[in-house]
Ligand binder design. Structure first.
Ligand code: BGC
Length: 728
């Protein structure tokens, strides 16, 4: 029996690995060409722009369907009205809310990313969506960016490895993923017009790799252009980004969709490779002609240029070819599965991602786990203990069947404890692009919290940010690095009456922690979706051992962050231009190279057990360009509980002709180990992945010389070092 279970497990693993490496089924291009022959010029143009907020035209005469899209990226958004941003008011569109992508990245587990993709893809399919607008892979450059929670952290390798299986999972449902926002949309303030300048090295080494991996390894069927400008040209119709890189160098064969309202010019958009225009303001146009969508840049104005011969018909044919290709992969694929929504297995996936993504940052004297049988008084303080986090945040908002709050999760698991709750502070309602302070009396909220803290055996402070404007929310950045709504002061007063305090931070961003040495424990809990409270209780009770790792650095203060070290021109820019002055030194690359100690480093996360790694070795001492470097290492669970650890390999080029970061993540693997167990694993790195982008020759360059492979449990907890050489 045991053997049978084992072989089923092996089989499932193989199926999983197989799915991860599965290639796109080729589309019959001859069918596409014959349809192009049938289409009139008017019909071709119609395919290239929206007909409603979230759909684009089909051609009914030929049975060509409309394309329906939905946000993304943490669940399938509630149905939106045809021509306004209002909810349509359906009663059958409540979804599973999956944890935010920061949490997914923190799992450091590509297999779980695939499960996430499959589940969300099934929900999109059930809702008859052809494109799911996600995942987001913009790099975490500053902790102030309001949309970091929708992205996969600060490291291009981690974001690449985690995005690819998500995409494959979504697309195996016959639903296109749409990787966004291409590219350099690294802040929300002035996102609609800021003109980003940066070195080619930073562009190629930091900001492009996750998009490239999504295209080349994930074989993503659609990409969304960003709002901002790069080198004086809008990203959605940028010659370098779209024509030369995305569709040229990377040979992307899918559809480039605009971000909503990110198109600004017909000719440039048409010629540089924009395929579908969405979201260009229709409100001001609705009184003009009978259909406002006809006035889109890629509608009548495009048709006019085609008719006059100023733009050649081959330009629209290329767009139509891509759109039809996407259709053959999605809504014209007759064998795609039927999908399902809000099923128990989807909630299970949401819970599993949450369990694996929460990061234990501090745990003095074993504060966590808390015995689930305890009869003690636990004061749960903080608005985030009960606040719904699927509401707000902008386009990633969700209408979910249920969202278990942290308080509910704790009440369910700790049935013998005396759990008391106080809000402590209040933030106000979540209204898009508006900050509305709470009307509740701050002082009475604080006094009530201090009262229950005083009488409790322990305090769980559940705070952080939320999905309001100027917090973790689209169309605005945070105004400062501290906890908002008076939480720092509140914590200080709580600590004055009770020193047994654990902090649970719900946020998609790093925050300052001036109180860090005065609390016993800290858990970074992201936005966890439908099953958030249950997953938190799983971890707090010790039913599940934490194994998440930080996908971005927590600096002590904002001035320690690279982007913020060069004044306003670097962040947020002067209102028109912005220069990424920290260059390639984003996140831990900055901290390590400049020797600035972070509060918590990239790749860091504790467990209820301990691990060690020993005996790291490489399969060769000298490698050439074509080689795969294999690093063997033994990892041991040295503690008393089963758990999982992420073995991380960082690389440093010791003899480079250009500046290289002190450390760059090049490989990682999550390893599950029983108490006392050890395993020897082998991690692989393609030698070419040690290259830098050579700005002179405009290509990747692998230099000869000595390289250091650093094997560790975080970017600063390096346990083993292996020296290798690259020879041509
Ligand atoms: C966001 C996109 C989103 C789109 C549609 C835009 O404002 O930037 O991420 O997919 O709206 O809701």
């Amino acid at each position: 029996m045991k053997k049978a279970i084992l072989s089923v497990t092996v089989l499932l693993l193989l199926v999983n690995i197989n799915l991860l490496s599965q290639k796109n089924t080729p589309v019959d291009e001859s069918k596409i060409e014959s349809i192009i022959q049938e289409l009139t010029l008017e019909e071709k143009v119609k395919l290239c722009h929206a007909q409603s907020k979230f759909s684009s035209h089909g051609v009914a005469r030929l049975g060509i369907p409309e394309i329906w899209m939905s946000d993304g990226p943490h669940g399938v958004r509630a149905e939106i009205e045809w021509d306004s941003w209002k909810h349509a008011g359906w009663t059958n569109d409540s979804c599973t809310a999956f944890p935010a992508l920061t949490c997914l990245a923190a799992t450091f587990n590509p297999q779980i990313s695939h499960k996430y993709g499959v589940a969300i893809g099934e929900e999109a399919r059930y809702r008859k969506k052809d494109i799911l607008l996600g995942p987001g892979v913009n790099i975490y450059r500053t902790p102030l960016n309001g949309r970091n929670f929708e992205y996969m952290g600060e490291d291009p390798y981690l974001a690449s490895v985690m995005a690819v299986p998500y995409i494959k999972g979504v697309q195996q449902n016959g639903v296109a993923a749409c990787v966004k926002h291409y590219v350099l949309n690294n802040q929300e303030v002035w996102r609609n017009h800021i003109n980003v300048k940066l070195s080619d090295r930073a562009l190629y080494e930091i900001y492009l790799p996750a998009f490239k991996a999504s295209v080349q390894e994930g074989e993503v069927w659609s990409v969304m252009g960003a709002y901002n400008k790069y080198n004086n040209q809008w990203c959605c119709h940028n010659e370098v980004l779209v024509k030369n890189i995305l569709k040229g160098d990377w040979a992307f064969d899918g559809v480039l969709v605009t971000d909503w309202g990110a198109t600004h010019d017909t000719k440039e958009a048409a010629l540089n490779g924009l395929d579908i225009e969405m979201g260009t303001g229709t409100d001001g146009l609705s009184s003009s002609s009978n259909n406002a969508y006809d006035n889109y840049y890629l509608a009548n104005p495009f048709l006019a240029l085609l008719k006059s011969g100023e733009i050649d018909e081959s330009v629209v044919d290329d767009k139509v070819r891509r759109i039809l290709r996407l259709m053959y992969r999605t809504n014209m694929n007759t064998s795609r599965p039927i999908g399902k929504m809000a099923s128990q297995d989807h909630f299970d996936v949401a819970r599993e991602v949450a369990q694996e993504g929460v990061v234990l940052l501090k745990n003095k004297k074993g504060f966590f786990p808390i015995d689930p049988q305890t009869t003690k008084t636990i004061a749960v303080i903080g608005e985030n203990a009960t606040r719904m986090m699927t509401i707000g945040g902008g386009s990633s908002e969700l209408k979910t069947v249920h969202e278990i709050s942290p308080l509910q999760g704790l009440q369910k698991r700790f049935i013998n404890a005396n759990i008391v709750h106080a809000m402590g502070y209040a933030s106000g309602p979540s209204v898009y692009s508006r900050e509305i302070p709470s009307k509740l009396d701050a002082d009475s909220l604080k006094q009530a919290a201090i009262q229950i803290a005083q009488d409790a055996d322990m305090v769980l402070f559940v705070g952080g940010l939320n999905k309001n404007h100027y917090q973790d929310c689209e169309n605005g950045d945070r105004k400062h690095y501290h906890l908002p709504f008076g939480q720092d002061e509140l914590l200080k007063e709580i600590i004055a009456v009770n020193t047994n305090v654990g902090v649970i931070l719900i946020s998609g961003n790093a925050v300052a922690m001036p109180w860090i040495s005065d609390v016993k424990a800290v858990m970074q809990a992201w936005y966890l979706g439908s099953e958030g409270g249950n997953a938190l209780a799983d971890l707090i009770s010790g039913d599940v051992n934490p194994s998440g790792k930080l996908p971005f650095t927590f600096p002590v203060s904002l001035k320690d962050n690279g982007a913020h070290s060069f004044g306003e021109i670097s962040y947020p820019g002067d209102g028109v231009h912005q220069e990424y002055k920290e260059d390639i030194l984003v996140g831990y690359r900055w901290h390590d190279t400049k020797k600035i100690k972070p509060l918590f480093e990239f790749g860091y996360g504790l467990s209820y057990t301990t691990f060690d790694i020993t005996e790291a070795s490489s399969n060769q001492a000298i490698y050439s360009k074509e080689d795969i470097i294999k690093v063997k290492v033994t990892v041991k669970n040295t503690g008393k509980k089963d758990g999982a650890e992420v073995v991380q390999v960082y690389v440093h080029d010791e003899e480079s002709s250009v500046l290289r970061p002190q450390k760059e993540l090049k490989s990682f693997e999550k390893v599950r180990l029983k108490a006392g167990e050890s395993k020897t694993i082998e991690l692989e790195i393609k030698a070419t992945n040690l290259s830098f982008y050579d700005e002179v020759n405009k290509n990747w360059k692998l230099e000869e010389g000595k390289y250091k492979l650093m094997v560790g449990l975080s970017s600063r907890d390096i346990r083993e070092v292996v020296d290798i050489h690259i020879k041509q």
